[in-house]
Design a protein around this ligand. Structure first.
Ligand code: NAI
Ligand code: OAA
Length: 259
């Protein structure tokens, strides 16, 4: 039996919980850590303010950047492997150093979720031979950028044509758009790094899904990957695929084969 602690109880966590229900004979969700502890349970799982000291095999962060420092770092230090969805947190050098140090101290690992993007395996393999260029374009409907730094570009509701709201490095994208540029950080950490990976973010009233496009070239040749992700019904910023990537990573831990 694998004992799992969730951090976060929002769109991703709810979908992961529901999708893992058929596997509750192989794994138990033993605790949920959330900022709001006014309810004592969530789907009958005890709610905690921090990861409980009881024995736990896996911590899954599905909460936001702050949760990486607050909850993932101590769990790693205690030797508990962690999955991270809020990969953009690692764009801050001090957070990345804390995660690395804690994993080393605890003799364990932090696994970055592929989240809303694919082709990271090819990108990481290509990086071994040497990458010359990686460019990521993230395109989402205006509603997905509400409550973010994109609002400085004027009324998002009033947009009638695709508008570039960010151009720069993956590090700056992740720091500026913590809820919308985790993918940029994940691509960068698999490939050319946070400072050399170029990013364009677009608020586009002409799309009804989250479009993620990677173009890469190097010693391996050329890669062009594009996914048109439907948003989570509970959070327009989040692609449904992000939760399923977590489910897949959990099931990898209890399956005979890993793909
Ligand atoms: N890697 C990827 O491709 C993607 C990553 N994400 C990341 O996953 C996170 C969760 O996404 P959603 O479930 O859609 O968000 P959500 O807003 O629906 O849910 C977030 C949940 O985390 C809780 N929470 C927030 N801060 C917390 C903290 N410091 N400690 C404990 N609990 C905390 C909230 O109370 C809420 O239950 C996002 O903030 C984003 O960082 C989201 C989409 C894609
Ligand atoms: O879910 C998505 O489409 C991607 C996302 O929000 C992120 O990169 O943080």
């Amino acid at each position: 039996m694998m004992h799992v602690t969730f951090i976060g109880a929002g769109a991703i966590a709810t979908e992961v919980f529901n999708r893992l229900a058929p596997y509750h004979n192989a794994l138990e969700i033993m605790a949920v850590v959330r900022s709001d502890t006014s309810s004592r349970t969530w789907h009958d799982v005890p709610v905690h303010a921090s990861v409980p000291d009881d024995y736990c095999d896996l911590v899954i962060e599905m909460a936001g950047e702050a949760a990486v420092t607050q909850h993932v770092v101590p769990a790693l230090r205690n030797g508990v492997p962690c999955f991270i969805c809020s990969v953009g947190a690692l764009a801050a050098p001090e957070v990345q150093a804390a995660v690395r140090g804690a994993a080393q101290q605890g003799g364990t690992t932090a696994q970055l979720m592929s989240g809303a993007i694919g082709s990271l395996d090819a990108l990481a393999a290509a990086a071994v031979g040497g990458l010359d260029r990686v460019h990521y374009t993230g395109r989402k409907p205006p509603a997905a950028w509400q409550g973010t730094a994109a609002e400085a570009h004027g009324s998002l509701q009033a947009l009638t044509y695709p508008t570039v709201i960010f151009e720069g490095s993956a590090r700056d994208a992740a720091l500026k758009y913590p809820q919308n540029a985790n993918v940029a950080a994940t691509i960068a950490l698999s490939g050319l790094g946070l400072d050399k990976t170029r990013v364009t973010l677009i608020a586009d009233p002409c799309v009804d899904c989250n479009v993620h496009h990677i173009e890469a070239s190097g010693a391996f040749g050329r890669l062009d990957f594009c996914s048109h992700n439907l948003a989570s019904p509970d959070n327009p910023k989040t692609s449904a695929l992000a939760a399923w990537s977590v489910v897949r990573a959990v099931l990898d831990r209890v399956s005979a084969f890993r793909s």
